[in-house]
Design a protein around this ligand. Structure first.
Ligand SMILES: Nc1ncnc2c1ncn2[C@@H]1O[C@H](COP(=O)(O)OP(=O)(O)OP(=O)(O)O)[C@@H](O)[C@H]1O
Ligand SMILES: [Mg+2]
Length: 341
């Protein structure tokens, strides 16, 4: 084992009875990495986490951690921490006792327990709150207690299943940076699940996009955001104009369409709304929808290529519904898709 393959999932197939939830999944995670699982509801994110934690026995395949095959090791002997969205603190215990709980169960000697609990509470910025009860804390502070409680166990891997999803937008942002800071300071290997692509993009070293129980794409946040390799990922990260290519031409509902400029060899091309050139170009569209979005304006165009979404600077003159506009889909700006569908 090297640090690069600290946690390995090998040909992992996971099922609930006859229902296969994850099929033949392969993934290698490095020591100290912060990896996000991203994907639509039901794609197998929680199921994969449960298998890593030892709460679900694989139908086939292996889980390896720190050089050992832990596929058949029970959950409480894996040294894998798991924090669910509903983090359930003990309401009658102080912050200190909540954080100390797991260490007491493990009969950690008093001096060491005290040292680790205090360090844990400090690491999440709650030094002054150690004696409070959960009911006397804000939602974000409670979440930090839950994080400290997982961290003090010094897990080899910490799994967070939508840890921020029940916080309001502001707290979420605070907790995001908190998570990232604690992870970088302690160097713990972390996998978190989120529905929120912004969260995945801003936090993760690497993102694993899942679709129907399989990995669709793995990459850095920049890769996933700028270079989706499939129509599915492109759609998921906000490319709203996605076309299949056939013989170098776009497949559209009204037949093949020639693009201006050389077209790369790819299964498809995709443009974000703001990549569409509006006001000039070889194509014509009619404005069917217009909406103001603060810094920008979004237009929905009816075109011979089908509906096109364009986004332009709100400072530019606006266009009325029904207006005829020229536009272009610049080939150079497009994401090149290797697989379609
Ligand atoms: N206990 C269970 N029994 C049977 N099927 C289950 C069970 N738990 C999950 N599944 C199924 O397995 C698939 C994967 O579920 P999973 O919970 O891993 O999805 P998820 O990616 O975490 O989704 P979400 O984003 O909604 O949390 C789904 O089709 C789901 O219906
Ligand atoms: Mg889930």
């Amino acid at each position: 084992m090297s640090d690069a393959n600290f946690l390995t999932l090998e040909n992992l197939t996971l099922a609930y009875g006859d229902t296969v939830a994850v099929k033949d999944l392969n993934l290698t995670i490095g020591k100290g990495e912060l990896v996000a699982f991203l994907g639509p509801s039901g794609c197998g994110k929680t199921t994969t986490m449960r298998a890593i934690a030892g709460l679900l026995s694989p139908a086939s395949g292996h889980v390896k951690l720190d050089g050992a095959d832990i596929t058949r090791v029970s959950a409480n002997k894996r040294n894998v921490g798991l924090m669910f969205q509903s983090y359930a603190l003990f309401p009658h215990l102080s912050v200190y006792e909540n954080v100390a709980f797991g260490l007491r169960l493990k009969k950690t000697p008093a001096a060491e327990l005290d040292k680790r609990v205090k360090a844990g509470i400090t690491s999440v910025g709650l030094t002054d709150y150690a004696d409070r009860k959960p009911g006397e804390l804000s939602g974000g502070q409670q979440q930090r207690v839950a994080l400290a409680r997982s961290m003090v166990m010094e897990p080899k891997v910490l799994l967070l299943d939508e840890p921020l999803s029940n916080l309001d937008a502001r707290l979420r942002l605070d907790m995001r940076s908190e998570l990232q800071r604690v992870q970088k300071e302690t160097g713990v290997t972390m996998i978190f699940v989120t529905h929120d692509q912004g969260e995945a993009l801003s936090l993760a070293d690497r993102i694993v996009v899942m679709k129907r129980g399989a990995i669709e794409q793995i990459g850095s946040p920049e890769d996933i955001y700028n270079r989706p390799t499939s129509a599915f990922v492109a759609d998921f990260v906000g490319f709203e104009n996605i076309f299949e290519l056939s013989d170098g031409r776009l497949k559209t509902p009204k037949g093949p369409v020639e693009l201006s400029g050389p077209v790369p060899i790819a299964a498809g091309l995709a443009w974000r709304p703001r990549m569409v050139t509006l006001g000039s170009g070889p194509f014509q569209g009619t404005v069917r929808g217009a909406s103001f979005a603060g810094n920008s304006r979004e237009y929905l165009l009816d075109t011979p290529l089908g509906p096109i979404k364009a986004e332009v600077d709100a400072a530019l003159p606006s266009h009325e519904l029904g207006a005829e506009l020229a536009f272009d889909l610049p080939v150079g700006a497009a994401a090149q898709l290797r697989t379609f569908g």
